[in-house]
Structures are given as C-alpha cells and as structure tokens.
Write a new protein. Sequence first.
Length: 471
Amino acid sequence: MRQSSLVVVANRLPIDDSVAPDGACEWRRSPGGLVSALHPLLRHTPATWVGWAGGTGPAPALPDVDGVRMHTVPLTLDDLRDHYEGFANATLWPLYHDAVEQPEHHRRWWEAYQRVNQRFAEATAEVAEAGAVIWVQDYHLQLVPGLLRALRPDLRIGFFLHVPFPPPELFMQLPRRAELLRGMLGADLVGFQRAQAAHNFAQLAAKVLQLPATDRRIAVDDRVVRIGAFPVSIDTAEMAALATRPDVADRARRLRHDLGSPDQVILSVDRMDYTKGLEQRLQAYRELLADGHVKVRDTVLVQVAVPSRERVGQYQILRERVEREVGRINGEFGRVGEPAIHYLTQPFDRAELAALYRVADVMAVTPLRDGMNLVAKEYVAARVDDTGALLLSEFAGAAAELPQAYLVNPHDLEGLKQGLLSALRANREDVGARMRAMRAHLHRHDIHAWARSYLSTLDENGSLLTRLGTG
Ligand code: ADP
Ligand code: G6P
C-alpha cells in the first residue's frame, strides 16, 4: 500500500467510477461546495484522497487523478441508506441548517454512522505515512478524528466543517451529542466557516463534556485542541481566467441571444436542496410578475437546480414542489417561445457555468441557511468587468465577507421582492463600486489563502505548505 504525507478524507471523492468506462479518467467535479473547494487546491499534489466513489458494492480501484491518489471506501446499500441518506443527510444536515426541515432520529442510523466512520478511519490509517497530516472534511465524518487518533496517535489531524455548526439549543437535540463532540475533538484543529460556529462548539464542549473551553482552544485530556474560523473560498484567478476566455465570451453572447435578448437576465444556480430557498425565490418572482413590476421578455429568470440526494424523501418532495411552481409560473406568465423561467436540472461543466455567470445581470443567491455558498463567490470572480449585481441572503456564510452584495432576508417575502427589484434597478455606478470591492476581497481571500491559513495553523513546522505549492 502506497502511503502519503497528506491525506484528505471526505465522504465524496471528486470523481466517481462511472466517469471512466474506457479507463481514461478526468477530474469530474460533482456539484457541491466541498469538491469545488478542494479540487483546485490538490491538483498536482502528491496527496491521497480517501472517499466514497458513489454507488454501492465493492470499492472500485480508481486511477490517480492529476497526481492525486484516489483511495475508495465502499458503502453497502444499508450504509448508503442509513449513513449517507439517514444520519448524515436526514439527521445532521437539517439540524445544522436551522432545522428548516425536521431532523429525524433513528438508532439504526447512528449505528451505521459509527460503522462507516470506523471504516473511513481504518482506510486513512492504512494510507497515512508516519507523522502525516490528515485533513478530515465535513459532517459525514465527525467521528473520524477521534477514531483515527486511537489507531494512529502519530498523525497530525485536522477537521473542517463546511456546513454551519448550530447553536447549542439545536445541537442539544441530538441523542448522541457527547459522542459527536468527542469525535471532533480527536483533531488537533477544528475549523469552521464562521467565528459564531467556533463559539457554539466551545460552548457545547463546556456544557456537554465539562471541558475548559474558549473560542480558540479546548483542553482535552493532556492535549489542547485549537478551534477557529477559516471561511472557505474558490480559485478566484481560475474562474476569472475561464470567464475571460474568448469561447466563453462567445457562449455568453449566444446564451443571451437564445434567451430572447432580454434587458435583464436573473440567474440562480443551486443543488436542489431545501436549504437553498428555491421555493421562496420562486414565490417572490411570481408575485413580481403578477404585480407587473417585472415583465417577461424584458426580464428572464434562469434557474439551474441540479438534483441532489434523490432518494431522500424531503428532497423528492422539494423537487415536486419546485417543478409544480415553475410549471405554474410558466403557464401563467410565459408566452409561446418566451417562458418566464428557464429551468435546467443538468450538471454543467465549468466553462458553461462561467458563461452563465457572464450572462447574468443579477445573480440571486438566497439560501435560508448556508455554510458558505461558493456559487456567490464564483459569480463575483467571473464578473471581470465589474458589472452585475449579487443578491445575497444574510443567512449564507458568504454574506459576512461580501457585505457589498444586495443583502436580503429570504424569509421576508416583501424584503426579497424589494431586494430583487433594487438589484434589477440599481445604477451602473453603484453596481460597479460594489462588484469592485467584492472582487478585491476574493482576490486576497481565495482558496489558496484558505489552505495557507488552515494548514499553517495545523502543521506548525510549515513543511506541508511548501509541498502544496501554497506557501
Ligand atoms: P453546496 O456546497 O451546498 O452545493 P455551494 O454553492 O457552496 O453549495 O457549492 C456548489 C458548487 O457546485 C459550486 O461550485 C457550483 O459551481 C457547483 N454547481 C452547482 N450547480 C451545478 C451544476 N448544475 N453543474 C455543475 N456544477 C454545479
Ligand atoms: C455540501 C456538503 C458536501 C457535499 C455537497 C454535495 O457542499 O458540505 O459535503 O459533498 O454538499 O452533496 P452530496 O450529498 O452530493 O455529497
């Protein structure tokens, strides 16, 4: 077994086995912030990525991808149902997102979560060189740091949570809250998107485990676990370069033409997830059409909503409701050849996404709760001529970094409508000044700055950063 000095552990691998029927393998990013963040970072780094390749059955042997080793962890059908769809995505995901949908609790799901976390810890222990740095990602694997430390005390272990970490009142609902906290505290550094999340975690460590805790450090046995906020980002330069490519500019022009050359294009790009505020946004749009504030032909909405976690009941219900509403709006307000909403559920490659960002005069990113939201950052990075208005939910992590966006509360329907109108009617100077400030921020705070900041805190001697080409 080949071993690595840097091992990233995430539930999902950046590719799945279906990508390469002929053996030729490429990075194919699954839609989702975690893969989007880590992909540009690790490319050409001699690291191992431990994760699940999608599907069930024996683990497929995947080839190295751009110099990164893929180490597959298999999931059975029971694991898929009880760990991934169950505990991860029907207990933790809704609970961590303000319980906007009701979290479910089942003992069988918890058993599967423990079992799968143990499997990930063992797979990681196998591929980690002595003294390696391990970077465990996200809510599917909160027990891995503790389990791995028991197997391999020589490792330097980091954990990063891409989603919000909830306030104590919500977290306390979890029947196995103490075990989850103890699992995360197996790490040397626990990173969150926002300072408030680190504060929530410290409060819980003190309350549930009676540990001495501040918002920066928690004492556990004879160790000190550091905690902090490390807001994740994107490869800003890569997105800007993509958006300026002549073929992407041509594609954007073509898209505008195909959309009927409207005065204004509004774009939304989401995974089909109930945290993303799709229904509220569609309702606001329908009311603006009904009130006559927005007219089809002058303005079009392009809604990209790629299906996600499709076997989970709450996601199936959401999709049905969204599609019914899109149909209703198009039926009521569209004309032949002129739909009010262009609704697309396909995954797109990065160039097509960049062309869509270029064509959008207004980008509507209005989640009810979101750890960060990289789509908002991708849009800003793509607006290289400082045009375009970003309508952004106050409840996305990105809002703390991009206060120049047109900020809205997506729970407030009137506020959402007003926000959309303000973004549509804003003058060029205002839009330009806001976009310039946001682009300058993302230029400094890109994915490489994120990795530098996290890994230099985790790996005090700094050798890892040099190897990553990030130092
Ligand atoms: P989440 O992680 O909850 O899905 P983010 O906005 O942080 O939300 O990240 C979503 C990522 O998935 C972005 O990088 C975005 O470009 C990508 N993405 C979203 N929709 C699609 C799609 N239809 N095709 C390809 N990539 C997509
Ligand atoms: C969010 C989560 C990621 C996850 C992604 C896509 O970004 O934080 O961990 O990979 O959504 O979801 P999926 O269930 O398809 O992996």
